[in-house]
Structures are given as structure tokens and as C-alpha cells.
Design a protein around this ligand. Structure first.
Ligand SMILES: *[C@@H]1O[C@H](CO)[C@@H](O)[C@H](O)[C@H]1NC(C)=O
Ligand SMILES: *[C@@H]1O[C@H](CO)[C@@H](O)[C@H](O)[C@H]1NC(C)=O
Ligand SMILES: *[C@@H]1O[C@H](CO)[C@@H](O)[C@H](O)[C@H]1NC(C)=O
Ligand SMILES: *[C@@H]1O[C@H](CO)[C@@H](O)[C@H](O)[C@H]1NC(C)=O
Ligand SMILES: *[C@@H]1O[C@H](CO)[C@@H](O)[C@H](O)[C@H]1NC(C)=O
Length: 490
């Protein structure tokens, strides 16, 4: 009630009184959007002659002009830029500010001139922000997302807050010279937006190679690095590539010893071939310096490489994640498979991987047969052919089938004992000219274990976002997992 007394009646009176609202003619000459659109919608409930007269665009245009000219303004905002003498002055209307922003509503209820203090990147956007309050529309660029979200949060414009957060989630893959996802992640943590945090983490995990190679890597916080290193779904060339990037990060950031140790202990040394490992422990200065804190892990890794999996598991109570492979792209772990015209018919391919990451197995090869069916029907749905002439056989058509991928070993071998092979298929899509991982599907042998494999891919449509030059980009990864580890994941 206090609010109604404070703002609404007087402001409305002035707006109506000024003739700026409601009365065409004063400003009604210039732009195309002023031409009235009259939607001739039949009114279903009443008479046939009912219609909607729609001048909403013209109204929005008027409101914008109101801000530009400052006519009938009842409130002056002075925006001071922190660390400079710059002051921006806006002649505004209390009613319109209060309508969208709870913060302005309470700030303005007893004053007509307010000075606001804003950091430079907020101040730059202030005009856009105020304009949004008048017309509900705003354009946004990658580097403006955080300051704009900050403004929307500070002045409690909840619709704009949600809009910017949505924009961020849908523009993770956009091209930017310095990278933006790491910055957005840190911002999401600060404002406790767990949805945005999760989206950023996922993007970083699945595109780690690109991130590690870019300027963004140096801006990763210790907390974020530790979170990433815990994940088994990181997509990258090899654990050695990860070690190199971590080493570079440590060199730049020079964190305290506990952070260094925590980070170094998150590397999965067993996934690095022993010859490289041997090299590292002698040559990598950071490892040499902190050798005492990680030598138990290195020792275990060397033991792991010198025995068969079964033998090893008998003697070692292993800490699981160290022996779980991540999604490695290098050729000993899997293969890229680009399927041209994937909607047409069944395709097959073969590829080879090492039997396991243990040096005991690394020279042994396993050949895998892969079958991709664009329209596979589970047995229960297949048509039953009968001799009956009644004709009405089945309503199920081949179009009802769903994509399916099966990966099986070409041979059986006693060497497989103690190991099961988890398969992961990474699906690449192209966004803004670059390929990135859209999905990662993990299964044992066939994607019908999952139920949602390429469920929304629309491969029949040429315009499907999953098709890059009419091809489906898959990367198949085979991860040997030791039976003693299977009960524990991630
Ligand atoms: C009025 O016109 C605007 C702009 O053309 C449109 O977005 C809006 O949906 C229309 N409203 C109605 C009720 O038809
Ligand atoms: C609004 O301001 C403009 C420019 O300052 C002026 O030309 C116009 O007459 C004003 N309109 C009204 C209704 O006061
Ligand atoms: C406006 O009200 C707030 C508290 O509601 C008070 O702190 C402030 O001094 C008032 N300002 C003026 C100009 O009266
Ligand atoms: C094994 O895991 C426990 C906690 O789960 C941890 O305290 C311990 O340091 C780990 N040992 C090694 C060798 O990583
Ligand atoms: C995402 O990762 C894939 C490989 O995992 C890489 O080819 C691609 O360039 C990356 N995309 C972006 C936008 O970083």
C-alpha cells in the first residue's frame, strides 16, 4: 500500500496528462514500427465482428522516446563510475523503473534524485540496462553477460537475471579469443547458480583439450581445477597431456604446498605408460620437489604396470579412481568414426585398442567390431509375420526404430579375465564453426542398455544439428575396468 501511495497514481497521472501515452499524433509520424497492426482475430466466444487492435509495438517505441527525451521525468539517476570522475545522468520515470525493479522501487519511493556508484564495466552498460526497463528488450555480447547479470541482480530485475543466465548456458561454445566459460563458472559459484555451474563444468570437462591449450587455462581457480581432476568423464588426449597442463598451471599460479599436493595426487598415474612415468619423476621439477607426498601413488602405478590385472588386484587394495580411465582420445584407447549419411542404412567398422593400460597388457591388441543402425527395433516391437490373410498385421513401421550402436570384441580371449570393457561414445556437433562434444554415452556392449542414445538427433532431417556436412561424428572409447573396481564409480 505504501508503494501505491508512493509512486503509481502521480506518475500515471503525469504520463496520461502529458499526452505521451494513448494519444497518437504527437510523436506518431516517423518509424515503421509505429504503423499500427490490427490483428483480425475472430472472437470465438462472442460476435463474429470482434477483433484485437494491437499497437503494442508503437507503445514500446513511445516509451523508449520518453527515456530519450526525458520529458515528464520525475527522477534523475546519476551514475558514478568507480575510479573516475565520469557521471552519467538519466532522466527517468519512477513508475517505469519500479515496475521491473524491486530495488528501484524502494530506493526511489522518497527521493527524486539518486546517485549510484558502479564499477566501470557495469557503468558502461547502464544505458542499455535502463533502456531494457523501458522497452523489455536488450542485445547482449559474450563479455557483457557478467556485468549485465550483476546489474540485474543488484537492482533485482529478476526476468533479466534469468534471461542472462539462459543466454550464458546456451553460449558456452561460442567463439571468443580469451575464452569465457571459466570466468562464467567462477561467477556462477559466486552467485550460487548451481545450474549454470553444472553447465560450465560439463562443457569444460568435455572440451578440456581446447581449454588447456587456450588463454583461459591460467584463469582456472584451484577449486575448479580440483573439481575437474576428480572427474572420470574428462575428454582429452591422454593423462600425460593432463599432467603437462597441470604442471603449467602450477608453474604459473605457484599455489601453496597443500594445493600442489592435492592437485598432483589427482593425476591418475596408472594411466601413464611406465616409461613416461619414469621420465616424469626424474625430470619434472614440481614432481621432484613434492616427491615425498606422491611417491606412494607412483609406487602403486609402477606395480600396476608390472603385473597382470588379476594378479595385481589380488595383492593391492586399490584406491579406485586412480585406476579408472577417463575419456582419452589417443588411438590406443579408441577411434574416431565419421558416418556419412547416417540415416540411410546399417554401417559397420572395426578398430583396435590396447588390451589395458597396464604395461603388462599395453602391447596386446583387441579388435572391436562396431555396428551402427539408424533405425533399430527391439525384438518386442518387430513385426510378426503370420500366414493369416487378414492383412492387418502391424502398425509398427521401420520409421519407429531408433539409432543403436553395438561394440563387440572380434575374438574371445582368456586375457580378458578380470577386466570388463566399458564403452563410451562421444558425439560431436558443430557450433559456430567448431566441433564440440554434445553427448557422452557410456554402456557395456550396446546402446540399447541406455534408452536415450541419440534420442533427439533427428538424423533423418538434413538440418539436424548432429550432422556435420551430412555426417555423424562419433568418437568411440574403450575403457578397461578391473572387476575389483566395478562396484565403485567416478
Ligand atoms: C501485438 O503485436 C505484437 C508485435 O507485432 C505481437 O508480438 C503480439 O503478440 C501482438 N499481441 C496480440 C494480442 O496479438
Ligand atoms: C519532449 O521533448 C522534446 C525534446 O526535448 C520536445 O521537442 C517535445 O516537445 C517534448 N514533448 C512534450 C509533450 O513535452
Ligand atoms: C528515504 O527513506 C530512507 C528509509 O526509508 C531514509 O534512510 C532516507 O534518508 C530517506 N531519504 C530522504 C531523502 O528522505
Ligand atoms: C585412498 O583414499 C582415501 C580416502 O578415500 C585417502 O585418504 C587415501 O589417501 C587414499 N590413498 C591413496 C594411496 O591415494
Ligand atoms: C570441444 O572438444 C572437442 C574434442 O573433445 C574439440 O574437437 C573441440 O574443438 C572443442 N570445442 C570447443 C568449442 O572448445
Amino acid at each position: 500500500v505504501a508503494r501505491a501511495g508512493g509512486t503509481s497514481p502521480t506518475s500515471w497521472d503525469r504520463l496520461w496528462g502529458s499526452g505521451l501515452l494513448g494519444c497518437p499524433g504527437i510523436l506518431g509520424s516517423c518509424s515503421a514500427c509505429l504503423s499500427p497492426r490490427t490483428a483480425q482475430k475472430a472472437d470465438l466466444s462472442g460476435e463474429a465482428a470482434g477483433a484485437t487492435i494491437n499497437h503494442s509495438l508503437a507503445l514500446i517505441h513511445r516509451l523508449q522516446e520518453l527515456l530519450q527525451d526525458g520529458n515528464t521525468s520525475d527522477t534523475t539517476l546519476r551514475v558514478r563510475t568507480a575510479g573516475s570522475d565520469e557521471v552519467k545522468v538519466f532522466h527517468t520515470h519512477q513508475l517505469l523503473l519500479a515496475l521491473q525493479s524491486e530495488a528501484f522501487e524502494s530506493l526511489l519511493h522518497n527521493q527524486t534524485m539518486v546517485t549510484l556508484h558502479e564499477p566501470a564495466d557495469n557503468a558502461v552498460l547502464f544505458e542499455k540496462f535502463i533502456r531494457y526497463l523501458y522497452c523489455g528488450e536488450i542485445s547482449i555480447l559474450l563479455h557483457q553477460a557478467i556485468p549485465l547479470h550483476r546489474l540485474a541482480s543488484k537492482y533485482r530485475v529478476s526476468m533479466l537475471q534469468r534471461g542472462v543466465a539462459e543466454y550464458m548456458k546456451s553460449h558456452l561454445a561460442s567463439e571468443s579469443s580469451q575464452g569465457h566459460v571459466v570466468g562464467w563458472y567462477h561467477y556462477a559459484v559466486k552467485i550460487r547458480d548451481t545450474g549454470l555451474q553444472e553447465s560450465c563444468l560439463q562443457f569444460l570437462a568435455w572440451n578440456l583439450s581446447a581449454v588447456m591449450g587456450g588463454a583461459e587455462w591460467a584463469t582456472v581457480s584451484a577449486e575448479l581445477l580440483v573439481l575437474l581432476l576428480e572427474r572420470s568423464d574428462l575428454v582429452l588426449q591422454s593423462e600425460l597431456e593432463l599432467y603437462a597442463a597441470v604442471k603449467e598451471w602450477l608453474g604459473r599460479k605457484q599455489p601453496e604446498a597443500p594445493v600442489v599436493v592435492k592437485v598432483l595426487r589427482s593425476i591418475r598415474y596408472a594411466m601413464i605408460p611406465p616409461s613416461h612415468l619414469f621420465h616424469l619423476q626424474k625430470q619434472s621439477t614440481v614432481m621432484v620437489r613434492h616427491y615425498g607426498a606422491i611417491q606412494d601413488l607412483l609406487f602403486q602405478a609402477f606395480q600396476f604396470h608390472s603385473a597382470s590385472p588379476i594378479h595385481f588386484a589380488k595383492y593391492f587394495d586399490v584406491n579406485c579412481s586412480m585406476f579408472l580411465p577417463r575419456n582419452y582420445l589417443s588411438s590406443s584407447w579408441g577411434s574416431l568414426w565419421v558416418i556419412n549419411n547416417p540415416a540411410r542404412d546399417d554401417r559397420s567398422t572395426t578398430f583396435q585398442t590396447q588390451l589395458g593400460p597396464s604395461n603388462h597388457d599395453a602391447s596386446k591388441r583387441v579388435t572391436w567390431n562396431v555396428l551402427f543402425s539408424p533405425r533399430w527395433l527391439p525384438v518386442s516391437l518387430r513385426p510378426v509375420y503370420s500366414d493369416s490373410v487378414s492383412g492387418a498385421i502391424q502398425s509398427i513401421r521401420i520409421e519407429d526404430g531408433r539409432p543403436r550402436l553395438v561394440i563387440t570384441p572380434a575374438m574371445t580371449s582368456s586375457d580378458f579375465a578380470g577386466v570388463s570393457f566399458q564403452k563410451t561414445v562421444l558425439v560431436g556437433v558443430r557450433q559456430q564453426g567448431r566441433i564440440f562434444v554434445k553427448h557422452a554415452y557410456s554402456f557395456h556392449q550396446s546402446t540399447d542398455e541406455l534408452g536415450d542414445f541419440l534420442a533427439h538427433a533427428d538424423l533423418q532431417k538434413r538440418t539436424s544439428e548432429y550432422l556435420i556436412d551430412n555426417s555423424l561424428h562419433l568418437h568411440l572409447v574403450v575403457k578397461p575396468v578391473y572387476h575389483s573396481l566395478i562396484k565403485v564409480r567416478k
